[in-house]
Every structure is written in structure tokens, then in C-alpha cells.
Ligand binder design. Structure first.
Ligand code: GDD
Ligand code: MN
Length: 367
């Protein structure tokens, strides 16, 4: 008898104590067919998920716990699990019971039957059933899929679920790409497809997406932001760092904040343009700081006193271009045109150029 295929199942968990055991009970029978290993990648859940898995691992030799401190997110958990996997094949699925263990067999069969590197469990396959997806999430995902499709290699255009959390892979083919997946990206699968440059042989199978029985979804507004960044990152050929894109977008929001704040201070508070401008600029810098703290640096987010100290530092660091911004906008207003919109845009332009010049100096002068 040939030795059985080695299979690694990667289960990311964040507060899934009530869900993990029933799932493991359903996955363990895979041992009859495969040389099975189950990797639970937990981000230091507060509900005791890791402790439970640790206890269970005492009895199940095939169960391994990877416990990380400092929540690093779903995509990074999947990446870590796949890099640590020892199987020939690997399956990644949600641990909250929304993905059906029956789909695992189906995915593995289709992975082994054809010459595929990646099998995606799709919630939007014509034969899929998505009882577990709210109408709002369904609409959101449908739109996200449409937009995402444009930013991925053409060959993946027929795929229907680019954000799925269910995938089966041939590890030898996929590992070199896994290394390159940007874990700050939107979704692991999307990033994997993006870095693969169309070289993966992909197939989709329909998924049954069950309602969550216990606990809550961990998706939040930051996910929408990550999506936007990922699309822009792909569209700019992945040359610009994601963080720089995020910074740039926040900066653009800051432009709006400044323009609106200035208008309000003039119209409502009755200030003259030169009086309103400094307040508007500081308001924009503060909002940039807070939004960057909540989105761009959310895994290193500052709280409480540190948030306040951070704001002061940020304002200090930004004050050089801020002075230039106010100076130029005022000068433009006084000497070039008494046009508040163009005056402010001119000031903002100077900040951009200053930042660009400062960073390139730093880059070129660095040893
Ligand atoms: N280790 C770790 N770290 N696991 C996490 C984290 C994290 O920061 N965040 C979420 N998870 C785990 C959850 O415990 C769960 O097992 C799985 O990842 C999916 O998380 P959910 O919070 O249940 O996601 P969802 O059901 O709202 O989202 C579904 O649709 C997304 C696409 O729209 C899932 O199928 C996602 O995988 C999918 O990307
Ligand atoms: Mn879920």
C-alpha cells in the first residue's frame, strides 16, 4: 500500500473556544484517509481557545497549537500556519463552523484529481449555499469581488470568490508564493492570487456557508480600508509600500478636512481666511493622526496618554511642512489670487513636495 498523502489543516482562531472542539471532532476522521496534521493558529484569544487546544493536543498527537502574542490578524495567521505546515497538501478554513468539513474532502478530491495548485471554496459559485451570509455582507462581497477582479491577473477573471477564507493548496507549488504574501493585505487569498502573477492553476468548488452558531465575526471597518489599499496596491503594480498608500489616502482625507474646517470657521465663526487657516490646518493634521492611528497603524495603535503624547509628537514632526503650508497658502492668497481653494491646495502641494524631498534625502543618505 502506498503511504497516505500528508495533509495539513490550518485553523486560524480568535476567540473560538466554543466552536473549535466541534470542528475538530468533524475533522479528525480525515485521519482514516490522510496522514493528518491540524495546526491551530491562535492570536492569544481572551476566551481560552489556546488553553483548550493545548489540553486537546495532549490526547491528539496530530493537533498542534501555534500561539502568537499581539494580535497580528487573519492573513498573517494563515501565512504562519501554511509556512509551518509539513503536509503535501494543506487546507485553510474558518474555525467558527461556517465552513463545512464536508467541503474539505471535496476540495482535496478536486485538488488531487486534476493538476491544480489551488482549490477555492466559493460562496458565489452557482451551486453554493450561503445561508450564513447576511444580505448586506452578500452585497458587499459581490461588489468587492467585482472591483478586485480588475486588479488581479486576467486569467483569474472567471473566479467568483476572491475573498474566500476556504482554500486547499498543493504546498510545493504555493509555498514560494506564500512567503511573499503581504499579511497587512486585505484577504490572504486575494494577496496570494495577486503575488502569483497568474501562474497558479486554480479551480473553484461550491461552498456551503453556514450561519455562525456562537461568537461574533471579527470583520470591521478597517477591513474596508484594507480592501481599498489592496486594490490600489495591485493597480500600482505593488511598487509603492502599502503603508505609503494608506498614508496618502489619509492625507487626502486631511485635505477635505482642512477645506471643510476652513469654510466652516469662516462661514459660521466669522473668522477671516488668515485667522481660520491655522486652525483648519491643525484640525486636518490631528484628524490625519487619529485616522492613521486607527487604520494605518492599528496593530500598534496608541491608547490613552500615549495617544495624546503621540499627537504632540506628530504635530511637532508635521509642524515644519505645516508652517510652509500656512505660509504658502497665505502668501498665495495675499499675492497671487484671493481664492481660498487654490491658496490651500498650493499650501498642501508644498507639504507633499517637502515630504517627498525629506524622505528621499533620508533614503539616499542612509548608509
Ligand atoms: N488567528 C487569528 N487572528 N484568527 C482570526 C483573526 C485574527 O486576527 N480574525 C479572525 N480570525 C479567525 C476567526 O476565529 C475565524 O475562525 C476565521 O478567522 C474567520 O473569521 P470571522 O470573523 O468569522 O470572519 P467572517 O465569517 O466575518 O468572514 C468570512 O468571510 C470573509 C470574506 O468576506 C470568513 O470566511 C473569512 O475567512 C472571509 O475572508
Ligand atoms: Mn465567520
Amino acid at each position: 500500500m502506498p503511504s497516505p498523502v500528508r495533509l495539513s489543516v490550518v485553523l486560524p482562531t480568535y476567540n473560538e473556544r466554543d466552536n473549535i472542539q466541534p470542528l475538530l471532532d468533524k475533522l479528525l476522521p480525515l485521519r482514516e484517509q490522510y496522514d493528518l496534521e491540524i495546526l491551530v493558529v491562535d492570536d492569544d484569544s481572551a476566551d481560552g481557545t489556546a488553553e483548550l487546544v493545548r489540553d486537546l493536543a495532549h490526547h491528539e498527537r496530530c493537533l498542534r497549537l501555534i500561539r502568537r502574542v499581539g494580535r497580528a490578524g487573519l492573513a498573517s495567521a494563515i501565512k504562519e500556519g501554511l509556512l509551518d505546515a509539513t503536509g503535501d497538501l494543506a487546507v485553510v478554513m474558518d474555525s467558527d463552523g461556517q465552513h463545512e468539513p464536508a467541503s474539505v474532502r471535496r476540495a482535496l478530491e478536486s485538488l488531487q484529481s486534476g493538476s491544480f495548485d489551488l482549490v477555492i471554496g466559493s460562496r458565489f459559485h452557482p451551486e453554493a449555499s450561503i445561508l450564513g451570509l447576511s444580505g448586506r455582507r452578500e452585497t458587499g462581497s459581490t461588489w468587492a469581488n467585482r472591483v478586485a477582479r480588475f486588479s488581479l491577473p486576467r486569467i483569474y477573471a472567471p473566479l467568483t470568490d476572491l475573498m474566500s477564507g476556504f482554500l486547499a493548496v498543493r504546498l510545493d507549488a504555493v509555498l514560494p508564493l506564500v512567503r511573499r504574501v503581504d499579511v497587512n493585505g486585505f484577504k490572504f487569498l486575494y494577496e496570494l492570487l495577486a503575488v502569483s502573477r497568474g501562474r497558479l492553476r486554480v479551480r473553484e468548488i461550491p461552498l456551503t456557508f453556514q450561519p455562525r452558531t456562537r461568537g461574533t465575526s471579527k470583520l470591521d471597518v478597517a477591513i474596508f480600508w484594507d480592501f481599498l489599499i489592496s486594490i490600489l496596491h495591485s493597480l500600482t503594480l505593488r511598487v509603492l509600500p502599502r503603508r505609503a498608500i494608506s498614508f496618502g489616502l489619509v492625507g487626502m482625507l486631511g485635505v477635505l478636512v482642512q477645506l471643510i474646517a476652513c469654510q466652516l470657521l469662516m462661514a459660521v465663526a466669522g473668522l477671516a481666511f488668515e485667522q481660520a487657516l491655522p486652525f483648519a490646518v491643525v484640525a486636518a493634521a490631528t484628524s490625519n493622526y487619529l485616522i492613521n492611528n486607527a487604520l494605518t497603524f492599528r496593530f500598534q495603535r496608541l491608547h490613552g496618554l500615549a495617544l495624546l503624547v503621540g499627537l504632540l509628537k506628530f504635530l511637532l514632526v508635521a509642524s515644519l511642512p505645516v508652517l510652509a503650508n500656512v505660509g504658502l497658502a497665505s502668501a498665495f492668497y495675499s499675492f497671487v489670487a484671493r481664492d481660498t481653494l487654490w491658496a490651500q491646495l498650493a499650501g498642501i502641494l508644498v507639504v507633499f513636495i517637502w515630504n517627498y524631498a525629506a524622505s528621499s534625502r533620508l533614503v539616499w543618505n542612509s548608509p
